[in-house]
Structure formats: structure tokens, C-alpha cells
Design a protein around this ligand. Structure first.
Ligand SMILES: [Fe+2]
Length: 477
């Protein structure tokens, strides 16, 4: 187990050498405990992140199936042990409502088995192996899944005869002048102090900063304010209602190719602040891509909170200096990058801005990162990263010859959610699933329960059913 813990520590460092050291530790751990669900899961996750060939990528399936099988064996063993304790002729349910006590280490193994099932599903869906995924989807109780058009997206979509008439998402290419783009690329570059000073990892909790678009007299302005104004102008050209915005909340991400971002609604204080019992959304949200081709596309749907499942969605692929702007009230996320990258050290780096009419700024005396923090006071902050944004030039100062921003068209997908078929009834042994989770489409948001766990015969059908529970819908990330 020491190898497992050491491997996890190396992984947390998020550095090139440390990842290969983590891999070595896990390999040692797996020699000692070849049937450990936890170790097999860790190995498969690390391989998923660092694979540089299809062969390497394929090897995760063996580890994931081993993790699932080990957890299943454990559950069976626990059941048998429990049955022998309670005597023949009595069912588990009759004694303790089906709940039985596990050793803590067994519980961890079983949890790892559950996670491995989800990870295997995502892997199969992203590899386009829908027939292999289907029995597992059913076994885990999913009645809907994110469609293959989303999870197995075409990384090189042929541009169709689509009109630029989409209300929900619009896109600029060549959005920023070169000096602004270069500034963002440098201040949010992979080795920037911004990430180090926030102790950022791809699993970091959400943190953001808020700027007033019309700062009060005497308030310090930074070059970041200049860039945000430029982005606001671009957003307003696409969505005139964005002109009402008084605040800009920004955050950034730096993630490996294979990492996604679960579907969610952008909301004030992550949904904790409400108006009339409902969370508040920005007028528009936006994504500025600072790298190209790394990671999956942004998925924007036409689903608002309380709506039936989306029947329309669009993909915006990461492209350098692309700026995607979308309706601030719709469900969206990032699809994990498919396949592998020959250089696993590359990161998908993005700078996001949400434009609000009003949003509460949440100061933190100790400057602990969190939602909607004020931009640090350059004279007092404990951080060095804000200094990187000290004003160095005013206005756009566009160099002659650089391309003007031009409108691009997001890629529509044929279906968003698809119903899981009942064609397969092959028993797949997967650890038991608890469906008592809150019915949430957001970390902090709930929806009404609607509809049961019924499945309808036939291959994937268009969404026309009542809203299923969140945990009946497989998204995989
Ligand atoms: Fe978002």
C-alpha cells in the first residue's frame, strides 16, 4: 500500500517526472496486489492521462475490468460471510434491509470498483464501442446516455451548411489582438505562478475573480481589465443583452487532454445564492481558448434549469484565440478529449468570463481562493500573480495586419441524450449502485424528480420522455 500512497503523492505534484514516478510506484503496487480495485483503477487513470499510443490506451480496459471483478468478488464474499453469520434460510434483506457492514478497506475497494465501472463506460463510449457499453449502462441502471455524437465526437467535423442562427451559442475566431492573446498565454501558461500560487490541480475546487466593468474612481485597473473589456465588446456584438452587464467574473483552467468538465449551469456562488428560490445565472458566459487541439470540445445545450433533457447541442472545439460565448442559463460542459496525445504534457488552457448584471463579490481576508473573489489589491496581496496583470498598455493597440475577429459557427450534433436500449440482457456483474443520490444536474443544484427508471425497447430514441433523474443519465465525466 505504501507504493499506492507514494504514487498518489507523485500524481499530486502534477509534474512530468512525478507522473512517471507515480506510474512506477503503481506498477510495484500491482505486482504485490494484482487484484486490488484501487490499484487497478489508479493505474488505468494514470494511463488514460499519459497514453501516447492506442496500444497503451487499450491497456486500461484490462485494469478496469480487473478492478470491477475484484470488487464483485469482494461483495460476493461479504454476502456469503454475512449469510453464514445470520444462518441458512434467512435473506440479507430480512435481517438488515439489504445493508451489510464492510470492513473500511473493503468499502474502499468496492467504491473503487464502482468508479472503475463508470470509467470503463466512458472509455468504451469514447472509443465508439457503444455495443460493449450498452449492457453496462443497463446494469448500472442508466436509462439515458450522452449521445455518441458528443462522447465519440468527430474531432475533424466537416463544416455543414449550418446557418449562424443559433440562439444558445456563438463563436468568434481570431478574437483578441495578438498582444492580448500573448498576455493571457503567458500569465496562464502551464508554468505560470498563477497555478502554483493557487495550488491548482485539475481537481481543484472552483475559484474565480470579479471585476466591475465600470470601476469606481481611484480603483486600480489592470491589463486584465482591458482584455475583459475587449471580450465584453465581442460578447455584446453577439448578444446585445450583454451590454447590461456591470460585472465580469473570470476563472481559468489548465487540464490534461483526457479531462472533461461535468455538465452544469453557471450560477451565482455556485447555486448557493438564489432569487425566488432559483439560482441566478449570468447574462452570458464565455470561453477563450489559449491552446489548440488539446482536450475535448465545449458542449453547449439548449437545456435550461427545469427543462426536459436537451434536444439540441453544439460543440465548440478548442482553437487558439477562439472565443465561444453562450447563453448564461443553459447546461454546458467540456467533453473529455478522445484518444491520446503524443505529448501528454500538453494542457487545454482556457480563460472563462461570465458577464453579470449583478453578482455578489465574496472577499476573503486570508485570500483563500473561492467563488467570486475580488481581484487582489496589488499593494497588499500575498500573491505575486496579480502583478503580472499590471497595466502595460491602454486600449486595443492592434498591430496592423493582424486578422480581424470573424464569426465562426459552432458544430451542431445530431442528438444530445439517447435512450439506452433494452436489446441486451447479458448479465454483467457490476457492484451494486445506490440510486438515492440527490437528483442533481449541478454540484449544488437540484431538479424535481420526474419519470421512472423505465427503459423503452429499441435503439436510441429521441428525447421525448419526462425528465429522468440525474443519476439515470450517463455523461461519464
Ligand atoms: Fe461553466
Amino acid at each position: 500500500m505504501a507504493h499506492l500512497h507514494l504514487g498518489a503523492l507523485y500524481e499530486e505534484l502534477q509534474e512530468t517526472d512525478s507522473m512517471s514516478l507515480a506510474h512506477e510506484e503503481y506498477q510495484q503496487a500491482i505486482i504485490v496486489f494484482p487484484y486490488s480495485s484501487k490499484i487497478n483503477l489508479r493505474v488505468s487513470k494514470l494511463i488514460r492521462e499519459s497514453a501516447t499510443s492506442q496500444e497503451e490506451l487499450n491497456s486500461i480496459e484490462t485494469h478496469l475490468r480487473a478492478a470491477i471483478e475484484a470488487a464483485d468478488i469482494l461483495i460476493e464474499a461479504q454476502k456469503e460471510q454475512r449469510l453464514s453469520m445470520i444462518g441458512i434460510g434467512k435473506s440479507l434483506e430480512s435481517v438488515d434491509d439489504g445493508k451489510w457492514v464492510f470492513e473500511p478497506s473493503c468499502y474502499e475497494e468496492i467504491e473503487a470498483g464502482k468508479e472503475a465501472s463508470q470509467f470503463l463506460l466512458l472509455f468504451l463510449c469514447q472509443e465508439g464501442r457503444d455495443n460493449d457499453a450498452e449492457p453496462i449502462l443497463k446494469q448500472l441502471g442508466y436509462s439515458w446516455r450522452l449521445s455518441p455524437h458528443a462522447l465519440h465526437y468527430n474531432p475533424h467535423p466537416v463544416r455543414g451548411p449550418w446557418k449562424n442562427d443559433v440562439d444558445y451559442v456563438r463563436v468568434w475566431d481570431d478574437a483578441l489582438p495578438p498582444e492580448m492573446l500573448a498576455h493571457l498565454q503567458s500569465t496562464f501558461g502551464i508554468n505560470s505562478v498563477f497555478w502554483k500560487e493557487h495550488h491548482y490541480s485539475p481537481l481543484s475546487p472552483y475559484f474565480s475573480y470579479v471585476h466591475a466593468l465600470s470601476p469606481s474612481p481611484g480603483q486600480q485597473a489592470t491589463y486584465l481589465d482591458t482584455i475583459i473589456h475587449q471580450l465584453h465588446a465581442l460578447a455584446t456584438e453577439l448578444y446585445p443583452e450583454a451590454a447590461k452587464a456591470k460585472y465580469a467574473e473570470w476563472w481559468a483552467h489548465c487540464r490534461p487532454h483526457s479531462h472533461g468538465h461535468q455538465l452544469h449551469f453557471d450560477s451565482d456562488d455556485e447555486g448557493r445564492r438564489r432569487e425566488g428560490g432559483k439560482p441566478r445565472h449570468p447574462i452570458v458566459s464565455s470561453v477563450c481558448y489559449l491552446t489548440e487541439g488539446i482536450g475535448g470540445p465545449t458542449l453547449v445545450t439548449n437545456q435550461r434549469l427545469g427543462d426536459p433533457l436537451a434536444d439540441k447541442a453544439w460543440l465548440a472545439f478548442p482553437k487558439l484565440n477562439r472565443y465561444t460565448v453562450f447563453d448564461g442559463s443553459v447546461l454546458h460542459g467540456v467533453i473529455p478529449g478522445r484518444s491520446f496525445r503524443t505529448n501528454p504534457d500538453e494542457r487545454r488552457i482556457t480563460f472563462m468570463v461570465a458577464f453579470w448584471e449583478s453578482v455578489e463579490v465574496i472577499p476573503s481576508k486570508e485570500e483563500i481562493p473561492g467563488s467570486a473573489r475580488p481581484f487582489p489589491d496589488l499593494g497588499r496581496t500575498k500573491y505575486t500573480w496579480p502583478m503580472l496583470h499590471q497595466l502595460k498598455s491602454k486600449g486595443k493597440s492592434a498591430k496592423p495586419g493582424h486578422p480581424e475577429p470573424k464569426i465562426a459557427i459552432p458544430t451542431p450534433i445530431e442528438s444530445v441524450w439517447e435512450q439506452v436500449s433494452t436489446r441486451h440482457s447479458v448479465p454483467v456483474k457490476i457492484v451494486e449502485e445506490d440510486f438515492s443520490e440527490p437528483n442533481s444536474y449541478d454540484d449544488n443544484e437540484s431538479k424535481d424528480e420526474n419519470g421512472g427508471r423505465d427503459s423503452v425497447s429499441g435503439v436510441y430514441q429521441k428525447v421525448d420522455a419526462p425528465l429522468p433523474r440525474y443519476n439515470q443519465c450517463f455523461q461519464g465525466f
